[in-house]
Design a protein around this ligand. Structure first.
Ligand code: ATP
Ligand code: MG
Length: 230
């Protein structure tokens, strides 16, 4: 399914619960995210942020209401959705293969030159250059460990290679120290110009870089405004 028209995400009256008889995690949620918007989604732990992210990715189906990308319900898109939405989660996964293969996931066509360019953009070029086997270094090779921050940079590099128009960040910096976190936020937002960015976060660090902030509580939109208004 190739999508046409603006890649707006529309959450229309969406309700969702994981199992019959359990509580409604999302309760008639409404929000529209126009293509290109940078939006932060805040809310307490358990408020349904990651559930919303999973629904946006089409990996869950709303019980009622509609969640669409360019007018098509996201769960109908299947694997196609990964052409449009790149995701970075709290613990990005690296496969037990070479650095090059890890980066080419999603875009096997990427040239070596493009790979180096994105490594530079995410601040990993020097690290990889210094490895004896460079891009061919095995990620699980004894002694080669990526730190939390470096894994996130790898995940970002993957997304930049794939060049998805929408990037969904689900608390990507949780658990990192504040300096690493700030450096990552600066890299993320410095590299995602022109893309839709949906940033799910617990706290306020970095939200001034966003155009809009929404708060989810009890499964619905509690507040929405610009970072300055908060
Ligand atoms: P956090 O800030 O801690 O990441 P969150 O806002 O992302 O929280 P969700 O992970 O969306 O919250 O969870 C919302 C609710 O749904 C919670 O009550 C959680 O226990 C429940 N929940 C989440 N995933 C599942 C699942 N796979 N099966 C059943 N219930 C789930
Ligand atoms: Mg979550």
């Amino acid at each position: 399914t190739a999508l046409t028209g603006p890649l707006d995400i529309e959450v229309q009256d969406v309700s969702f619960r994981y199992e019959k008889g359990t509580r409604q995690v999302l309760d008639h949620l409404n929000v529209t995210i126009p293509q290109g918007e940078k939006i932060a989604i805040l809310g307490r732990s358990g408020s349904g942020k990651s559930t919303l992210a999973t629904l946006i990715r089409g990996d869950l189906i709303p019980n009622s209401g509609q969640l669409t990308l360019a007018g098509v319900e996201t769960y109908r898109l299947g694997d196609t959705i990964s052409d449009y939405i790149g995701v970075i989660q709290q613990a990005p996964y690296l496969f037990h293969t070479t650095i090059l293969n890890n980066l080419r996931i999603g875009n096997e066509q990427a040239s070596i030159e493009e790979v180096w360019t994105v490594l530079e953009r995410v601040g990993l070029k020097e690290l990889v250059e210094k490895l004896p086997d460079g891009l061919d270094t095995m990620v699980d090779e004894a002694g080669l460990r990526f730190s939390g921050g470096e894994r996130h940079r790898m995940a970002l590099a993957r997304i930049l290679l794939k060049d998805t128009p929408i990037v969904l960040l689900d608390e990507p910096t949780v658990g990192l120290d504040p300096i690493t976190e700030q450096a990552l936020i600066d890299t993320f937002f410095g590299q995602l110009d022109g893309k839709t960015v949906i940033w799910i976060t617990h706290h306020l660090q970095g939200i001034e870089k966003m155009q809009r902030v929404i708060f989810i509580e009890d499964g619905h939109l509690e507040m929405t405004g610009s970072p300055q208004e908060l």
